[in-house]
Design a protein around this ligand. Structure first.
Ligand code: PLP
Length: 382
């Protein structure tokens, strides 16, 4: 492994853990259920090329992306499986999507017409999945009016466009208390019952994100769309904990002994409460470490939790190592993830930052190399 990649700060991605989490999704959703790993936003920040290469061995049915550009990127990487674009495509991107053989999700008749026209004009066959809005409100056809739009969609999917699937998205599957998953599931079924039958075969029905899969495996239907769980984020309260996939690490670049009263960082929000030893880490909010962790968060060094002191700067973060006298320059601190059994979970960091694990992962900076490792003990050999 190149030392340059690990010289300052980096994101370590555990491929074995990613695999393990995928197998757990497969176990929960059943052997006959299709898998559509969601790799939007650069695979939640892990790096989409390497993530897809890792997921390929599990032979998923296809991949989910958010945008047409992300879908085209998968084609450029050589992915020949189904690529489903999960958000409504801007009309200007429809030609690109159709020529790349992406499967578009459709939430309006207007979009449906645009796709049908494009397929006709370009002579390309296209496939679509219809999204049904059962309570999410951001996209999808109204579940109450399926008999109206269902007929119109069927009419427009006779020629070059194949109506392959129908799906919905849960708004609160992460919440153990919410009854909304059942409600949305019922609304989805009601809508599907009102749709005209396909002339041949069956349409693929799907509802579940990570939380849905573990909350209500019986709603897995024909396909599941796991995202966060694969990447090591907990899908919701009371749900299984995934294996840790992502660890964020940084080297100590400087150690200093300071007298009591020494001020630290922008705003001088911290002052040494005794003679202290401070370690400066080469990582900051410019790398995606939330500023909210200043004076509140922790890192793990040598299996020990140590407090972050002062405000986090763009490029540097300071830790009080007075109680870990052995710590020195070049030592590795873990800001998120596991280190020698100790750890700082994605959930701890996101709670302290007042956000969720999705935002933390997708916010990890471009400046951090993604370093893939193949078993959870390889970092001990550094
Ligand atoms: C992002 C997304 C998913 C994946 O959700 P997770 O909570 O990360 O498992 C599934 N379906 C749709 C429509 C999405 O936008």
């Amino acid at each position: 492994m190149s030392t340059e990649l690990r010289s300052r700060a980096w994101v370590e991605v555990d491929e074995a853990a990613l695999h393990g989490n995928l197998l757990r999704v497969r176990d929960a959703s059943g052997p006959d259920c299709r898998m559509l790993p969601v790799v939007k936003a650069d695979a939640y920040g892990l790096g989409v090329a390497r993530t897809v290469a890792a997921l390929e061995s599990a032979e998923p049915w296809g991949y989910g992306v958010a945008t047409v550009t992300e879908g085209v990127q998968l084609r450029e990487l050589g992915v020949t499986r189904t690529v489903l674009v999960l958000t409504p495509a801007p009309s200007a991107m429809v030609p690109r999507a159709v020529s790349a053989g992406l499967t578009l999700s459709v939430s309006s008749i207007e979009a449906m017409r645009r796709i049908a026209r494009e397929a006709e004009a370009s002579g390309c066959d296209a496939a679509i999945h219809v999204e049904v809005d059962t309570g999410m409100g951001r996209a999808g056809f109204d579940w109450r009016r399926a008999s109206e739009w269902g007929r119109a969609v069927a009419e427009l999917t006779k020629e070059r466009v194949r109506w392959e699937g129908v799906f919905t998205h849960f708004h609160s599957a992460d919440d153990a208390e919410s009854r909304s998953v059942e409600l949305q599931g019922r609304r989805f079924r009601d809508a599907v019952d009102l749709l005209p039958r396909p002339e041949t075969g069956e349409r693929i029905l799907h509802l579940c994100n990570s939380a849905g899969i573990f909350r209500r495996p019986e709603l897995a239907a024909d396909l599941v769309r796991p995202g966060i769980f694969l990447y090591g984020g907990r899908a919701g309260g009371g749900l299984p904990t995934p294996d840790t996939v992502v660890s964020v690490r940084a080297r100590v670049v400087l150690v200093r002994d300071v007298p009591m009263g020494t001020s630290l960082g922008y705003g001088a929000t911290y002052r040494a409460t005794r003679p202290e030893r401070w370690a400066t880490l080469g990582i900051g909010y410019g790398d995606g470490i939330p500023r909210a962790l200043g004076n509140r968060g922790h890192v793990v060094m040598g299996g020990r939790r140590l407090p972050i002191v002062g405000r986090i700067s763009m490029d540097l973060t300071v830790v009080d190592i007075t109680d870990a006298p052995g710590a020195g320059v070049d030592q590795i601190a873990t800001l998120i993830g596991v280190d020698d059994g100790a750890g700082i979970s994605l959930e701890e960091v996101s709670e302290k930052a007042g956000t969720n694990s999705y935002e933390i992962l997708t916010g990890l900076g471009r400046r951090l190399p993604r370093v893939w490792v193949n078993d959870r003990h390889s970092h001990e050999q550094r």
